[in-house]
Write a protein that binds this ligand. Structure first.
Ligand code: AMP
Length: 430
């Protein structure tokens, strides 16, 4: 077929590897990015995980490395988080399975010794998080003089996570003459600035679904009284549907842990939690088990979720709402991938409802309100939960209308300072 990977003059070893991976037709972003990238141009790719962006830059990259093998690293791919770089590296290993290209994956959370040993043995391509790359570079384990290609993947996320100064330091220590490929799911101003600093006359390519959930995604929401009721609803949904892989998003490590602990005691299948405080191995193991289907429910936070590519996740459950539409898009982007159908279910309390309305408006899509199932009881609030919701409601109303007098704060604050305590007690006595 003329639209297949062969049309891109990809060497046999790699097309064979792609076939072994079950891939025959390039995705849209691959079609758009491969030609300019293979001709040596800088590329700015706006594409989310799920679009096939990893191979869109890895194929041109391995094609280039293949012809010029030397003792030093020739290409570096940078990503924001351990899980993502491990995933990229896995794809790279499969792509280079029929070659003698050597690659290593560098990330923090474990001692650098083993990674330093791997580097010593010789490497052509490094996939790394910025911090660990700089660490090993400053220890003298990485020689960049032969570097010809630099890829920044999930650039938006890297900037959000505060990697700008590390990226600048990396740019300082690598050769100026090189090809740059920058991929980002979104294109806010800071990514635009980074692109201006980092790319030379880039070809811009963009996958269609930017800023909007894909068509194959169904979105539903339930209004929930409180956190405990959300948990009861989640259990009900898990018990009445035969979903094999469910991702549950919480807004904090604490609520993720609490949710996972609670679910674990119910009859809902294997449950795991991953968040930033979890050890490296626990995170990787949980993801692998989720991927193979051994774990049915993966509870997580936004910090660890980005870029995670697990096939056939559905539904994504927002047990708590993210703060903005970008995180919402990332979360729901874990489902309905590569043309599959997907479902995203959001539980919102009275305050979160505001947020949801804003999110849905800014991602320009529709979400269906679902009736609370009659068989699911409404649980009592957690201690302090109602106050939290009221405070948040106040904050939102004030943001919408600066003249709004906070119903919650004012009531609470006033009497405390001026109350004549004595009189009150003496009156009571009479
Ligand atoms: P990515 O956006 O790179 O994270 O890729 C998302 C998913 O798309 C991965 O599971 C890939 O295996 C898959 N994929 C990448 N390229 C193709 C392709 N040309 N055809 C079908 N699936 C693909």
């Amino acid at each position: 077929m003329d639209k297949g990977f062969e049309a891109f003059r990809i060497t046999r070893q790699f097309t064979d590897a792609l076939t072994a991976m079950g891939l025959t037709e390039p995705t849209e972003i691959q079609k758009m990015a491969m030609v300019p990238a293979m001709s040596g141009q800088d590329v700015l790719g706006i594409a989310e995980t799920g679009s096939g962006k990893t191979l869109a830059y890895l194929i041109p990259l391995v094609m280039k490395v293949k012809y010029a093998r030397s003792g030093y690293v020739q290409a570096i791919v940078l990503g924001p988080a351990k899980e993502l770089v491990i995933q990229i590296h896995q794809v790279l290993e499969r792509l280079t399975a029929n070659t003698d290209i050597r690659s290593v994956c560098l990330y923090g959370g474990i001692g650098p010794k083993e990674q330093a040993e791997q580097l010593k043995a010789g490497v052509d391509i490094i996939v790394a998080t910025p911090g660990r790359l700089l660490d090993l570079y400053s220890r003298g384990h990485i020689h960049t003089k032969e570097l010809r290609t630099l890829v920044l993947d999930e650039a938006d996320r890297m900037l959000e996570m505060g990697f700008m100064s590390q990226l600048r330091r990396i740019l300082e220590v690598i050769p100026v003459k090189r090809q740059n490929l920058l991929f980002s799911a979104t294109f806010p101003e800071r990514v635009e600035n980074l692109a201006a600093e980092f790319l030379e006359f880039p070809t811009r390519v963009q996958s269609a679904a930017q800023g909007k959930p894909v068509e194959a995604l169904r979105q539903e929401w339930y209004e929930a009284a409180n956190f405990r009721s959300k948990l009861l609803l989640l259990i009900h949904l898990l018990q009445t549907n035969d979903w094999p892989r469910v991702m549950v998003f919480c807004s904090t490590k604490d609520s993720a842990t609490r949710t996972a602990t609670y679910l674990d005691r119910q009859d809902v299948g294997e449950v795991r939690v991953i968040h930033a405080n979890k050890g490296q191995n626990a995170r990787i193991n949980a993801l692998d088990a989720f991927r193979t289907g051994a774990v049915r429910v993966l509870v997580t936070t936004d910090v660890t979720s980005r870029g995670i590519d697990v096939e056939a996740v559905s539904p994504v459950v927002n047990l708590e709402l993210p703060s903005g539409h970008e995180d919402y898009l990332h979360r729901v982007g874990r489902t309905a991938r590569m043309g599959r159908e997907g479902l995203a279910i959001t539980f919102a309390n009275e305050a979160e409802k505001f947020n949801l309305i804003e999110i849905i408006a800014s991602v320009d899509s529709t979400i269906t309100e679902m009736p609370w199932p009659a068989e699911v009881p409404i649980a009592p609030d957690l201690p302090g939960e109602r106050q939290e919701v009221l405070r948040e409601l106040d904050r939102r109303r004030k943001a919408a209308d600066p003249t709004f007098q906070g119903a919650f704060h004012d009531k609470k604050r006033k009497p405390l300072q001026h109350k004549p305590k004595k009189k009150l007690t003496s009156k009571k006595k009479r």
